[in-house]
Design a protein around this ligand. Structure first.
Ligand code: COA
Length: 373
C-alpha cells in the first residue's frame, strides 16, 4: 500500500461574470412582461401573478454576490434566459473537455508533472454534457495520457467521490497518478425563470492530481490522511433530465427536467449530516475538529457552511479558517470545495491539517482529510 498525496490543483474560471443586480434586472423584466401579457387572466384569478426577485434577498439568503458563466448574453436576455452554447462538430473538442483541460494543465504544472506521469483521468461532475464517449476519455486524449478515463456523477459531491476513487487506485499501486477533473456548466441546468433558485449556480472547472507520495516532486503537496463518503436517498434536490424523456413527450421541457430543490429542507437536513460525518471521520483518524486549521467546504450557502463549522467546533470561525468563494463564484457544484482548496492553501505551514468536504444531491457527502507536507 502506498501513501497518497494531492500534488497539484488547477482552476478554470470563465471570462464572463453576472452580478446579482444584472441577474435580477433580467428576471424582473421577464416577470413584468409575463404579468402584462397575462393581466386579464391574472385579474380573473386564472393565472397567478409572478413575483419579482431581489438582489439584497439573494445576498442575504445565500451569500452570493455574482457568478462566473460561460455565456452571459444568453442568460440575461429576458426572451431566452439560458446560456447559448452552440453545438460543435464531433471533430472539435467539447466545451466541457476544453474547460477540464485548462484546469488539468494547471494542476499538472503545480504538481511538476506532465501527461507522461499520469495513468488515469476521472471526470467527476454533476453536469455531463453527453452520456458517451466519456468526457474523461476525451480529456485523456487531449492531454496525451496513456491509460484510462471514466466519468462519474455524484452531483455536488462528485469531486470527493472522485478523489477517493483515485486515491484507492494509487494506494493499491494500480496507477502512479490520476487526474480528477470537475468541469461544471451549472448554468446549463439552472431554471433562470424560477425565483427560488435562479441565482444559485455559476460555471467553473477544477482539477487535482492524486499521486504516490514517494514519487511526488511538487512543492504543493497534501497527504491524503483519509477519505469518507456517505449517501442517503432524497428527492429534495432533483433533476429528471435523461434519455428516457423522449419516451414521454408530455414531460419534455417541463421544469423538473432542470435543477429543482426544496432549499429549506436541504439546509435543515444536510447541515447536521455533514457535521456528523466530518466529526466521525476525524475521530476515526485520531483527530479532533480543533486540530483542523482549514475547512474547504462545498460552496452552496454561506449560512450552511457557518452552521456546519459551528456544530463541529462549538463556535463561529473566521473566513480564514473556512474560506468563502461562493460570493464571486456562486455554487459551482462539484468544483466549489476544490476552488476554495486551490485558492486558499499556499499560506498553510507544513503539517497543517485541512478538511475538504462536499455535500449535495443524493444526498451525497464526502470528507477528505489532508495534511500539508
Ligand atoms: N427574491 C426575493 N424573495 C425571494 C426570492 C427571490 N429570488 N426567492 C424566494 N424569496 C422569498 C420567498 O418567497 C419566501 O417568502 P415568504 O417568506 O413570504 O414565503 C422567502 O423569500 C424565503 O424563501 P425561502 O425559499 O425559504 O428562502 P431561504 O432562506 O431558504 O433561502 C436558499 C433559499 C435556496 C438560498 C436556501 O434555502 C439554500 O441555500 N438552501 C440550501 C441550498 C443547497 O445547498 N442546495 C444544494 C444544491 S447543491
Amino acid at each position: 500500500m502506498h501513501n497518497v498525496v494531492i500534488s497539484g490543483t488547477g482552476l478554470y474560471t470563465p471570462a464572463q461574470s453576472i452580478s446579482n443586480e444584472e441577474l435580477v434586472e433580467s428576471f424582473n423584466t421577464w416577470v413584468q412582461q409575463f404579468n402584462t401579457e397575462n393581466a386579464e387572466a391574472i385579474a380573473r384569478g386564472d393565472v397567478e401573478a409572478l413575483a419579482e426577485s431581489n438582489a439584497a434577498f439573494i445576498e442575504k439568503a445565500s451569500g452570493i454576490k455574482s457568478r462566473f458563466v460561460m455565456d452571459k448574453a444568453g442568460i440575461l436576455d429576458p426572451r431566452r434566459m439560458r446560456p447559448r452554447i452552440p453545438e460543435r462538430s464531433n471533430d472539435e473538442p467539447s466545451i466541457l473537455c476544453e474547460m477540464a483541460v485548462a484546469a488539468a494543465r494547471q494542476a499538472l504544472e503545480r504538481a511538476g508533472r506532465t501527461a507522461a506521469d499520469v495513468d488515469g483521468v476521472i471526470v467527476a461532475c454533476s453536469n455531463l454534457q453527453r452520456p458517451y464517449p466519456a468526457i474523461a476519455i476525451e480529456v485523456q486524449q487531449a492531454l496525451g495520457i496513456d491509460g484510462f478515463g471514466f466519468d462519474i456523477n455524484v452531483a455536488c459531491s462528485s469531486a470527493t467521490f472522485g478523489i477517493q476513487t483515485a486515491s484507492n487506485s494509487v494506494q493499491l499501486g494500480q496507477t502512479r497518478a490520476v487526474l480528477v477533473v470537475n468541469p461544471e456548466i451549472c448554468t446549463g441546468h439552472l431554471n433562470f425563470r424560477d425565483r427560488d433558485s435562479h441565482f444559485i449556480f455559476g460555471d467553473a472547472a477544477t482539477a487535482v492530481l492524486v499521486e504516490r507520495a514517494d514519487q511526488a516532486v511538487s512543492a504543493h503537496q497534501f497527504e491524503i490522511v483519509g477519505t469518507k463518503l456517505l449517501t442517503l436517498f432524497s428527492n429534495n434536490i432533483r433533476n429528471n433530465f435523461g434519455f428516457l424523456n423522449r419516451a414521454a413527450e408530455e414531460g419534455i421541457d417541463a421544469p423538473d427536467k432542470l435543477f429543482v430543490q426544496e432549499g429549506r429542507k436541504v439546509f435543515r437536513e444536510v447541515c447536521p449530516m455533514v457535521a456528523e460525518l466530518i466529526g466521525k471521520h476525524l475521530e476515526e483518524n485520531g483527530l479532533a475538529a480543533t486540530d483542523v486549521q482549514r475547512f474547504w467546504l462545498h460552496q452552496a450557502n454561506l449560512s450552511m457552511n457557518q452552521l456546519i463549522v459551528k456544530r463541529l467546533l462549538g463556535r463561529d470561525v473566521s473566513e480564514e479558517q473556512a474560506p468563502v468563494i461562493l460570493d464571486r463564484y456562486a455554487n459551482t457544484s462539484s468544483a466549489g470545495s476544490v476552488i476554495a482548496f486551490h485558492l486558499y492553501q499556499d499560506d498553510l505551514p507544513k503539517g497543517a491539517l485541512g478538511v475538504l468536504s462536499s455535500f449535495g444531491a443524493g444526498y451525497s457527502i464526502g470528507s477528505v482529510i489532508l495534511r500539508k507536507r
